[in-house]
Design a protein around this ligand. Structure first.
Ligand code: C7
Ligand code: ZN
Length: 389
């Protein structure tokens, strides 16, 4: 006779368990990324401080092997990053470096190979957890590096963990939907899948002259067989939660109806939040939490990844709020005492104040892009495959 504790344990089925990629060494490695020092530990510590770890299924990742990386990246690029990563700073200048994007925004700092392959390993572990049916949701907040190309690092992204995770999901799921909430266009993922009908990429991002990466225009809808399977939602400064959630829900609803995805990957880059040094949108964590809740309602395998986010306390607030929501836990507004408590001043609260920048997204503008995207999605029709998921 199982005690009621066992029986309550046993009713934690794969559909309610949330897998969470973490181990101490992995997080320490991710903390060393120069653009986001200690951000991985801040995110994990806040999630732990809110007492969420016992409710998560923690999965410990291994670094991606060279074979794993070759699922997307070229061998010469992988070898170059490996070589430069082993050098200390002096001998850095190698003419290859520039052609592989390993300068400026993506310096090949000592140990960068171990960092970048560890992050890919984290997203692979999460994706495998979903293909093996151990849970319906898997989270790798240290992942989400959407700019990396097959043979080029770009925009702080070295290896594209997202593309590799999607390729793993595609081994089991015929149609995979990719949603990118980062302030910046998810160009690396879009490029990887722009000519296939099997992966639909939908990116919501800022478009303005001179703003990185400069791609992701509304007229970019994919090429060849992939035409209409790329969706870009170009947005302007001052975006609010309300306007974002309105365009997000209407576009994603049509995407769901037309593409009928069997698994979803969502990049939750937090540089779209108010308070980020990019100072572009007025979003709060509510925009992200409600977007993920919207995707969750469809109850198919969901992989959540991080990405940008340079106000580290706000990034931790956002990702801890999403994690709490996945567990149907209401998190108290007061930030609990923990290692990084002092970084959450002056309010020491979980919620983020909305920005008050003027919203350049007029109703007319939002209607125009909504109608344009709806029109393009009319051309998407997938035959319901008979195969079970
Ligand atoms: O977040 C990104 C990449 C950000 C990026 C790529 C290429 C060129 C510039 C940027 N952004 C910055 O360099 C940037 C902007 C504001 C604040 C910072 C910070 F890291 F110093 F905080 C960095 N993609 O999702
Ligand atoms: Zn970004």
């Amino acid at each position: 006779m199982s005690s009621d504790k066992d029986s309550c344990e046993s009713n934690v089925t794969s559909s309610t368990r949330v897998a969470y990629v973490y181990n101490e060494q992995y997080t320490k490695l991710c903390d060393q990324m120069p653009k986001i020092p200690l951000r991985a530990s801040m995110t994990h510590s806040l999630i732990a401080a809110y007492g969420l770890l016992p409710h998560l299924q923690v999965i410990s990742p291994e670094a991606a092997s060279k074979e794993d990386l070759k699922l997307f990246h070229s061998e010469d690029f992988i070898d170059c990053l490996r070589r430069l990563s082993d050098l200390d700073d002096e001998e850095k200048y190698d003419d290859d470096a520039e052609s592989y994007g390993l300068m400026y925004d993506c310096p090949a700092y000592p140990g960068v190979y171990d960092y970048a392959s560890a992050v890919v390993g984290g997203s692979i572990a999460a994706a495998i957890h979903l293909t093996e049916g151990h849970s319906q949701v898997a989270v790798n907040w240290a992942g989400g590096w959407h700019h990396a190309k097959r043979s080029e690092a770009s925009g702080f992204c070295y290896f594209n963990d997202i593309v590799i995770a999607i390729l793993i999901l595609r081994q089991k799921f015929d149609r995979v939907l990719y949603v990118d909430l980062d302030l910046h266009h998810g160009d690396g993922v879009e490029d990887a899948f722009c000519s296939t009908q099997k992966v639909m990429t939908v990116s919501f991002h800022k478009v303005a002259s001179g703003f990185f990466p400069g791609t992701g225009l509304i007229e970019d809808i994919g090429i060849g067989r992939g035409r209409n399977y790329t969706v870009n939602v170009p947005l302007k400064d001052g975006l609010t939660d309300e306007v974002f959630l309105d365009i997000f829900s209407s576009v994603i609803n049509r995407v769901h109806g037309a593409f009928k995805p069997q698994a979803v990957v969502c990049q939750c880059g937090a540089d779209a939040l108010h308070g980020d040094p990019h100072a572009a949108f007025n979003l709060t964590e509510k925009a992200f939490v409600r977007s993920v809740e919207y995707l969750r309602e469809w109850d198919f395998p969901l992989l959540l990844l991080g990405g940008g986010g340079y106000n580290f306390a706000n990034t931790a607030r956002c990702w801890a709020s999403i994690t709490g929501s996945l567990l149907h836990k209401e998190l108290p507004t007061d930030i609990p005492e923990h290692r990084f408590f002092s970084d959450f001043g002056p309010g020491y609260e979980l919620t983020i104040e909305p920005g008050n920048q003027r919203d350049l997204n007029s109703e007319k503008y939002i209607e125009e892009i909504r109608e344009r995207i709806f029109g393009d999605l009319e051309n998407v029709e997938v035959e319901e495959d008979g195969n079970p998921r």
